[in-house]
Unconditional design. Structure first.
Length: 437
């Protein structure tokens, strides 16, 4: 196979030049890592002097012009200087592999470092070394962007170099892989400037068309949302035993909890025997310094309450009382077992939440739909995600918060990814080139 033959030729040249000095022709991996490291250091210096790249400065049509200029400029340079040694080196593995290694290093830092939104990052730019180097906002840092554009240059020159060789049907996989990566990477970098992201808070029964941007500005959007109903499903309430002095769940080494199943069940937590006496999923919790009264209440703001009988070894008689996590309307209630421990109901964990909505748009869209976490809705050019709700009210929230995202370059990125997948599939089906005797 031609690719295999080229690899062995490059390898042989590398072995022949092991004793040569750096920057003597032919250039190899040493020069590749020096160039990649130089680009990385240049980006770090720019980061420390001018700060993060502002994506809004490269919004359309600036990004389109830059992308077209880069592509056309490289084509012109390649065909005007086809025998230039630097151009040939940039279109080979000695430049590509070091560039990918250095970029992967930044991607590892990105994966291990908490990333901050643009507005937060500006305010915390000098908080620590990672922020000053741009690693807290990696995708808009100078080092990351410059290395990505360096790889784009290598990709395009590699594609152009391949066009000068004898073509065969087996080259389809090569072109799909390299061109797909070029398209996806260029569209991802260019499109980030045109990405629009807004949050929208909507109250039940109301229609909202104003969104809040990442910088805090409020603007009218071409999409309006009417919240018909908002529902939250919670996991069953649970009980834990805590230490009175510290509030830590016991046992400290392996905290235990009991999830409510039904009345009459028994359990043992941290040497405390529990028996479930009664359960009210909707209750009003009324108490003063000495008395707790729990009554059923089917209205907004009701809490969940469990009546518990608890005993510890050596106690003369068990204690009995109501335990509740409370709500935004009623206080929580605990059951002291002795002077050291108490029975507590932590806030119920949310299982899932969803919004029943009616959507309108300037283009005449009128659509009823359900939006859930990880199940966004697409309306024209907008992706609408279930983002949050009024946490202060918990399951009684009548406000749903959505995130609206518009990414006009997303289809181009997907096109590049599909080309990559098609190229990989083609190479798998075609298999290696058979040698003839």
């Amino acid at each position: 196979m031609e690719d295999t033959k080229t690899f062995y030729i490059d390898y042989a040249e590398c072995m022949k030049s092991r004793s040569r000095k750096i920057w003597e022709q032919p250039w190899g991996y040493a020069e590749g890592f020096i160039v990649a490291a130089g680009i990385l250091l240049t980006g770090l210096m720019l980061q420390l002097t001018v700060g993060n790249i502002e994506p809004a400065l490269f919004a359309s049509p600036v990004n389109v012009i830059m992308g077209a200029s880069l592509t056309a400029g490289l084509i012109a340079v390649y065909f005007l200087l086809p025998q230039n040694k630097a151009i040939k080196w940039l279109s080979g593995v000695y430049a590509a592999v070091p560039a990918i290694v250095v970029l992967l290093l930044l991607c590892m830092i990105l994966g291990l470092t908490s990333q901050l939104p643009l507005s937060t990052g500006r305010m915390q730019a000098s908080d620590n070394l990672f922020s000053r180097l741009g690693w807290a906002q990696m995708t808009t840092s100078w080092s990351f962007i410059l290395l990505c554009f360096y790889i784009l240059i290598i990709l395009e020159l590699t594609l152009l170099r391949r066009t000068r060789k004898k073509q065969s049907w087996r080259d389809i996989g090569f072109y799909l892989n390299h061109l797909g990566l070029f398209v996806a990477l260029l569209a991802g970098l260019s499109g980030s400037a045109d990405l629009k992201r807004f949050t929208m808070s909507v109250q039940e029964g109301q229609v909202e068309w104003r969104g809040t941007g990442q910088s805090g500005e409020t603007i009218e959007l071409p999409v309006a949302i009417q919240l018909d109903t908002f529902r939250i499903e919670e996991y069953p309430p649970r009980l834990v035993v805590v230490e009175n002095m510290t509030g830590k769940i016991l046992p400290a080494a392996h905290p235990e909890s009991y999830h409510f199943v039904e009345i009459g069940k028994t359990a043992r937590l941290a040497d405390v025997s529990l028996e479930i006496m009664d359960y009210l999923p909707h209750a009003a919790i009324l108490r003063d310094s000495t008395f707790v009264n729990v009554v059923p209440m089917m209205m907004e703001g009701a809490g969940t309450a469990i009546k518990v009988k608890a005993a510890k070894p050596g106690m003369e008689q068990p204690v009995e009382g109501w335990v509740s996590s409370g709500s935004y309307l009623f206080p929580h209630s605990t059951l002291p077992v002795d002077e050291f421990t108490s029975i507590v109901m932590p806030p119920q964990e949310v299982k899932k939440y969803k919004s029943f909505v009616t959507l309108y748009s300037e283009k005449g869209t009128n659509l009823q739909a359900v939006i859930e976490v990880n199940k966004p809705l697409t309306v024209e050019e907008w992706m609408i995600y279930q983002y949050s709700y009024d946490n202060s009210k918990g399951k009684h929230s009548d406000v749903s918060i959505f995130e609206l995202v518009r990414d006009p370059w997303l289809k181009v990125v997907y096109t590049g990814i599909f080309m990559l997948l098609a190229g990989a599939l083609f190479l798998f089906i075609a298999g290696p080139k058979k040698r003839t005797a």
